[in-house]
Write a protein that binds this ligand. Structure first.
Ligand SMILES: [Zn+2]
Length: 285
């Protein structure tokens, strides 16, 4: 017989799935959601079902080894990735995996979302790195996720999608929304050619506000970059300049203001060099 807690979780998973589908974060039967149901059980979405049209009775209950305990259907083939996250994060109770197109575009391009540009992202997630590619439904994917999950609540999965975790199903879902929104804004800013970064000092101030909003910080900022050879990262790499005036893309607004009426733009030698340098750097990235 299901308890009230279990009924509530079934309903929340149905609702999160409906939102994932209606916002276009999953196509076909993609994506999966799970939540802790006590110390020895998890509740998770079934395989081969559209997440937009689930009903509470479709959910599958498994143990922490991934063995089915009850349910008419089989659990998602990505369950091992969820289990790996629960093993590494005793502080979280829910995991959401989806393929939101803009965030997944960054994951396909190999561009992590690690620049400090939006206050709410700095506060809620910090940086969003890319876990190395692992074949879906194999042990490679949990291994790739393991490296970053201790220090991050949200990850991009190379050439695949994104995964988030949090204390509840809905807050894990909201983190997925935040990642996709962040990817959209980052793309627009990069198309426009400018991305002003939040200073390191401001980042620290924003992180200090987490307690006020009841947001648990997954990890501190790395002080001297990351070491990609290590097994498991325990801090976050966030691109934030020491000085608030430092910019990733040089400001050419003064040159634009000097543009003559016929649209001719005159750049100083220094401005031209900065633009070329930046264009070359972007090509390399
Ligand atoms: Zn997937």
């Amino acid at each position: 017989m299901s308890t009230r807690v279990e009924e509530q979780l079934r309903a929340e998973i149905v609702e999160a799935g409906r939102r994932l589908y209606s916002r276009g974060y999953v196509a076909s039967n993609d994506g999966n959601i799970s939540a802790r149901l006590g110390e020895s059980r998890l509740i998770t979405t079934p395989k081969s079902v559209s997440k937009g049209f689930m009903t509470p009775d479709m959910m599958v209950i498994v143990d922490y080894d991934g063995k089915k305990v009850s349910g008419d259907r089989d659990p998602s083939s990505e369950l091992p990735m969820h289990l790996e996250i629960y093993r590494n994060r005793p502080d979280i109770n829910a995991v959401v995996h989806a393929h939101p197109p803009l965030a997944t575009g960054f994951a396909v391009a190999g561009i992590p979302l690690t620049r400090a540009v939006l206050a709410e992202v700095v506060t809620t997630l910090g940086s969003i790195p890319i876990a190395e590619y692992g074949t879906p439904s194999t042990a490679e994917l949990p291994a790739a996720v393991r490296k970053y999950i201790k220090a991050h609540d949200g990850l991009l999965l190379a050439n695949h999608g994104a995964v988030t975790c949090c204390r509840t199903v809905m807050t894990a879902y909201y983190k997925m929304e935040t990642i996709e929104h962040f990817a959209k804004i980052s793309l627009v800013a990069r198309l426009l050619g400018r991305e002003h970064l939040i200073s390191r000092e401001e980042v620290e101030r924003l992180q200090g506000l987490r307690g006020m909003y009841g947001i648990a910080a997954p990890a501190p900022l790395c002080t001297d970059g990351s070491d990609s050879s290590i097994d498991q990262v325990l801090c976050q790499v966030l691109e934030a300049p020491e000085s608030s005036t430092e910019r990733l893309v040089p400001d050419v607004s003064s040159a634009l203001q000097r543009a003559s009426r016929d649209g001719e733009i005159r750049l100083t030698y220094g401005e031209l060099t900065a633009l070329i340098t930046d264009a070359v750097r972007n090509l390399k990235d």
